[in-house]
Write a protein that binds this ligand. Structure first.
Ligand SMILES: [Zn+2]
Length: 256
């Protein structure tokens, strides 16, 4: 009665208006909930409970991990990362726009036995991109990788680990797994020295771990620090009896 009186409607009209407002309110709450719910998927507490919906670790007893590198290819650094990796195999989450500029570097990654995965097209924060723009981002990056390398990406990691609802839904439609990481090194930060980067990565190195690094972007000089950390990372993995393989190979060892 009280809302009816405040709104000044006769009882029946007031009620139907309130009912309509409730329906609209519930719909808005559902949309906002889905959007923020998906966004919150990038928070570790939540993502560890999402199981098969979101890949952030592989369950295996084999002594395997996956080193992953975001944001390339990059003419300044990619080739040096490829030679520093030696026998280790990694997965490069490349940007479509960079692959179009330097397709030969993307091919060099694949020819060296590494895996190419999608990091989207232009490194926009997906939670700020409307649905149509999101679909364009994902589809364009996917197509670019296939055209440049002949490899079909099987994993998608959004910039900053932030999915929006459209990217969450589109990723499996393109045949890719939604992917984040087990541990990262915050190697884009200016204060991340090579020692610190190696320490952070090795702290997360356990069977099935997906380890996040960057071969491009970040603070000026950041990829150089990551590059300088690689020998210590590879030696540390070796000491622990661990070996880095591509994400697809790590998935083949999955026993979950
Ligand atoms: Zn990135």
């Amino acid at each position: 009665m009280i809302p009816t009186i405040i709104l000044g409607f006769p009882r029946s009209e007031g009620r139907s208006l309130i009912d309509a407002l409730i329906v609209v309110g519930v719909l808005v709450a559902l949309v906002v909930g889905a959007y923020w719910g998906v966004r919150f998927a990038s928070i570790s507490f939540v993502r560890n409970r999402l199981g098969r919906l979101l890949l952030s670790r592989v369950t295996t007893r084999l002594p395997l991990v996956s080193l992953t590198f975001d944001d390339g290819p990059d003419p300044e650094t990619t080739e040096r990362f490829l030679s520093a990796l030696g026998d280790a195999r990694a997965t490069f989450f490349v940007l479509g726009m960079n692959v179009r500029r330097w397709p030969h570097l993307a091919r060099a990654m694949a020819e060296a036995g590494h895996e190419l995965a999608s990091h989207g097209d232009s490194h926009r924060t997906m939670t700020r991109v409307p649905p149509r723009g999101t679909l364009r981002e994902l589809r364009r990056a996917h197509r670019t990788i296939v055209e440049a390398t002949g490899e079909t990406p099987r994993f998608y990691r959004p910039p900053y680990g932030r999915f929006n609802l459209a990217s969450w839904l589109e990723t499996p439609r393109l045949g890719m797994r939604r992917t984040l990481w087990t541990a990262g090194a915050r190697d884009w930060e200016a204060e991340a020295t090579p020692e610190l980067i190696a320490e952070r990565i090795l702290a997360g190195a356990a069977p099935g771990a997906i380890l996040l690094l960057h071969d491009s972007d970040g603070d000026p000089g950041a990829p150089e620090h990551t590059l300088a950390a690689l020998p210590a990372i590879l030696a540390g993995l070796h000491e622990r009896g661990l070996r880095s393989v591509t994400l697809s190979e790590l998935m083949r060892a999955d026993v979950s």
